[in-house]
Design a protein around this ligand. Sequence first.
Ligand code: MF3
Ligand code: CO
Length: 284
Amino acid sequence: MIFGRERIEYKTPEQVLRMRAAGLVVAQALAAVREHAVPGRTTADLDAVAAEVIRTAGATPSFLGYHGYPATLCVSVNDEIVHGIPGARVLAPGDVVSIDCGAIVDGWHGDSAITVVLDAPGGADPDDLALARVTEDAMWAGIAALATGQRIGDVGEAVEDVVDAAQAAGLNEGQRFGIVEEYVGHGIGSAMHLPPDVPNYRTRDRGARLRPGLCVAVEPMLVRGSRMTQVLEDDWTVVSDDGSRAAHWEHTVSVGENGIWVLTAEDGGASRLAALGVTIAPLG
Ligand code: MF3
Ligand code: CO
């Protein structure tokens, strides 16, 4: 979604704590779903697991009914990048499975995604593993930029730097990873999608200034080939134009007076951010 320079919703520390509650439900749902992401299960099975965790927590799934979306999760397999609808599809060895989940607690949203590469006889494709790992690393670099940077544009720059480094290291058979541009991260809070846009690439416009109370979803989407996308007949599923495989990682992050907090990570992002030299802020 393109919002331009619309009004940003800055949260109070109390509101961020409520977003943390939603973020933890999403983290729990994804942790449960990950256990079931194995060959032989259907994507609808994964959806049922997430729905159960969210319901048991007393939370509400945010995707279900969103512009008519029919499920709790988005499950996007192989050349599907995002917004895949769970159904009868049976997961196969070596599949690249991106799982996106959102939940609402007391009106406040959390949104997060993971990519799992399923095991296969002889091991999964190393380039698929690299795709998923580079996308995750790019997300963490983008998140760290919320702590060390000045503007939203620093996120996309950090993401692109990680992709460039992976390219220089000769991953992906020496081919360039494509960074999807048609879909971007977003502000989040009292709604799932709020201003500002959070692009995953370098932009001339440096974007909004990073200020306490800003909450955004950082969500890079990478493909092994061309970054161009198409939407399937179901009007939801976004696939790579050239059929190349895709990965998607996402976390909801708050920018506070004393630093950032990853609301959809069990540990607030502490371990992954420490490796990047970033200390997370105490919450509340
Ligand atoms: N979670 C997606 C995002 O990160 C949105 C999914 S909306 C749905 O922006 F309706 F497709 F579920
Ligand atoms: Co999102």
